[in-house]
Ligand binder design. Structure first.
Ligand code: GAP
Length: 443
């Protein structure tokens, strides 16, 4: 469906806010940038860490029997042969223009565009398969024998450690292993800001189950994952499932559904739920010689556990949270309505007037009390520039849920005003209750 101008502009507005307020910067910017690579500034680091932490809490604290792993980015090259990534399984169809040599993903071109270059009208070469793995060499000699890859997904590190985790944690099927980490893909057409990157971060969980139970767990994880987005405030009407057609299933998948979000540039995948069958453990058994099969306790038969995978991109999800929270419908102010759990700063503290030392001292006491309290809600901002209205707006656009102002009444009765980002309502509460106020609302 064609987007209207306002919706198209939303991405540009998010990009501009991210640069201006220190969320996201183009990679290697002073050298002219590098396609598909971004750096996270101080507020971006907070936001993405909060997203990752909510995912960790969901997977490893709320669920039982899911173990966290941090496997290495570099693995033996054989891992990628076993997984199917070095062969046709991990390729995109590439078409190149004979005239301007721009490259396109054939599956992203319309039928009309498949013959003519969308940039210069030149003739396009026939599509060829392009492998997405990023190559590197380990050791002093750069030849065929030292070739390996930066991981194309975090998943494979989990499979090669399946036995290690199962044995060391005395785990029994069904159980899960999850991890957050960097992945690298030589994308032909990176784009839409941090939607399609060449270096990005994944949050993946593999659930090892008996084959007969695979579809039950597939349904279970679909529901669990969509709930996570809703609980963190994503608008329901912007989320949907899209089942994969048989001919688009990845080489390992028996069944797959994407969770899609309606971005300013259309509906696109943000997370995949896959039934990977016994592909992974059987292939790694075959290629490594290590037997990763299990024995059915009733029949004594050997089987390879089926794997239900939930695979999300932390950066892509960050774009979802930013786009969903961006609200400039009130002409006077721009508000980033992030869920308070995700907001980079949990609160900001201001003295009403910066030139009244007694107000500044009192506000500083509160600021340091919050920053160093045992209940650490997260980073707290300080601002004493300009007038109070400007300070509120400055915090609104980075999503700070509560602004605390010390005024003359604070000096008399130890109270402050606390202003809510979304309603703009102010409440007067006692200084000793600030911590509880924040704690209650962050629950
Ligand atoms: N282990 C399965 C797997 O990697 P995928 O559909 O290729 O499946 C899973 O990727 C998720 O990783 C995607 O839904 C997306 O959120 C994220 N992702 C994949 N490629 C990405 C890229 N180039 N840039 C940012 N995120 C990406």
């Amino acid at each position: 469906m064609k987007k209207n101008k306002t919706e198209e502009n939303l991405l540009d507005k998010v990009v501009s806010l991210c640069k201006r307020r220190g969320f996201i910067f183009p990679g290697s910017e002073i050298y002219g940038g590098i396609s598909g690579i971004y750096d996270y500034g101080p507020l971006g680091v907070e936001l993405i860490n909060n997203i990752k932490q909510e995912w960790r809490k969901e997977m490893f604290y709320r669920h039982e029997n899911i173990f966290e792993l941090d496997s290495s980015i570099l693995m033996q090259r054989r891992v990628w042969e076993a997984s199917g990534h070095t062969s046709a399984g991990f390729t995109d169809p590439l078409q190149e223009c004979k005239k301007c040599h721009h490259r396109f993903r054939a599956d992203h071109l319309s039928d009309q565009e498949k013959n003519k270059c969308p940039d210069c009208g030149g003739e396009l070469m026939a599509p060829r398969k392009f492998n997405l793995l990023v190559e590197t060499h380990l050791g002093p000699v750069k030849d065929e024998s030292s070739l390996t890859y930066l991981r194309g997904e975090t998943t494979q590190g989990i499979y090669v450690n399946y036995k290690n985790v199962k044995t060391s944690m005395s785990a029994e099927i069904p159980f899960g292993i999850g991890q957050i980490g960097k992945a690298f893909r030589n994308e032909i057409t990176p784009g839409h800001f941090i939607y399609r990157m060449r270096e990005f971060e994944q949050m993946e969980q593999q659930h090892f189950v008996e084959p007969a139970e695979a579809e039950k767990y597939f349904k279970y994880w679909k529901e669990e994952r969509i709930k996570w987005y809703l609980e963190l405030g994503i608008k329901q009407e912007k989320l949907r499932f899209r089942p994969h057609a048989k001919d688009e299933l990845a080489h390992y998948a028996r069944n797959a559904e994407d969770i899609e979000y309606e971005f300013p540039f259309g509906w696109h995948e943000i997370e995949g739920i896959h039934n990977r069958g016994d592909w992974d453990l059987s292939r790694h058994s075959e290629f490594s010689g290590e037997n990763l099969s299990e024995t059915d306790s009733k029949t004594g038969n050997k089987f390879y556990p089926y794997i239900i995978e939930t695979s999300a991109g932390a950066d892509r999800i960050m774009l979802v949270f930013l786009a969903d929270a961006y609200d400039d419908s009130d002409k006077k102010r721009l508000v980033l309505k992030l869920h308070p759990k995700l907001a980079p700063y949990k609160a900001a503290v201001f003295p009403l007037l910066a030139n009244k030392p007694e107000l500044v001292t009192k506000a500083q006491e509160i600021f340091y009390q919050l920053k160093t309290s045992d209940y650490n809600p997260g980073p707290i901002a300080w601002d004493d520039r300009g007038n109070i209205g400007k300070r509120y707006y400055s915090q609104d656009e980075i999503g700070t849920p509560w602004c605390i102002t010390v005024d003359f009444q604070s000096l008399e009765n130890d109270t402050i005003t606390i202003r809510d980002r979304d309603t703009m309502k102010q409440e007067r509460i006692s200084i000793k209750d600030i911590e509880n106020f924040i704690k209650e609302r962050l629950k």
